[in-house]
Design a protein around this ligand. Structure first.
Ligand SMILES: Cc1cc2nc3c(=O)[nH]c(=O)nc-3n(C[C@H](O)[C@H](O)[C@H](O)COP(=O)(O)O)c2cc1C
Length: 216
């Protein structure tokens, strides 16, 4: 009974004083478990590989990329560059060249799917991230991608982080397309993030909780 009263008192306190400030208030986890918007966004995010044809506004893309560059990064050195492609012609041309160069290989199977729209898992907008290779720059870019995907999720958009397309983009056949992204000298494209309105709701892929252990 005492516990119930304590729980009710905590909830009442939170409903009146902390819920509006969930993002800041650590005690909120006591009363808003599962309702913390940040945690809900993290747990709801999934990699999306099917998108509607609806384009993403530049206002949203700007917000997402600004969240990206606000990621923590080693010594705040910001050894990264970002290029946003929401130009369907660029995505289609690049995809056509990709399809041509992988014809007859096992990789071509994916492109034969009737739902195939482009080589970026069908996303209508793709954010390319390059780094100036250094001690922590790959980690920095990964954190940036994480921020962007969570921002997208919170804005009602789907997303997917991809390194696969970069393999082809760095090949001889893909180089002209990479060059057209206009990264500065010394910067290497590392990953890209597809963004768009999700046309699927995949289940969470299983996670192995055994990897988490306390050191007593
Ligand atoms: C660094 C990185 C590279 C990835 N590259 C690809 C890729 O090239 N193609 C793809 O379909 N998914 C790619 N993924 C997405 C993963 O397959 C996906 O995150 C993983 O299966 C877990 O699923 P979830 O994101 O839905 O939780 C990549 C993810 C990360 C973090």
């Amino acid at each position: 009974m005492k516990n119930l009263f304590t729980a009710l008192a905590v909830c009442l306190f939170c409903a009146t004083s902390c819920c509006n400030e969930c993002k800041q208030n650590a005690t909120c986890n006591d009363c808003c478990e599962g309702k913390n918007p940040v945690i809900e966004t993290i747990m709801a995010r999934r990699s999306i590989r099917a998108y509607t044809d609806q384009s993403v506004s530049r206002e949203l893309l700007n917000q997402i990329t600004e969240c990206g560059i606000n990621a923590p990064n080693g010594m705040n050195a910001q050894q990264w560059e970002v290029r946003i492609v929401d130009n369907k012609e660029w995505l289609d041309k690049t995809t056509a060249a990709y399809c041509e160069s992988i014809k007859g290989t096992p990789a071509a199977k994916q492109t034969e799917d009737p739902a195939f729209k482009n080589m970026f898992r069908n996303a209508p907008a793709v954010i390319f991230v390059a780094h100036k290779p250094g001690h922590c720059t790959q980690v920095d870019c990964g954190l940036m991608a994480g921020n962007m995907m969570l921002a997208a999720q919170s804005l009602g958009l789907g997303s997917i982080c991809m390194m696969g397309p970069l393999v082809w983009l760095k090949s001889d056949a893909g180089k002209p397309f990479t060059e057209s992204l206009g990264f500065s000298e010394g910067y290497e494209p590392l990953l890209c993030v597809g963004i768009g309105y999700a046309a699927e709701r995949p289940e969470a892929r299983p996670r192995n909780k055994e990897v988490i252990k306390y050191v007593e």
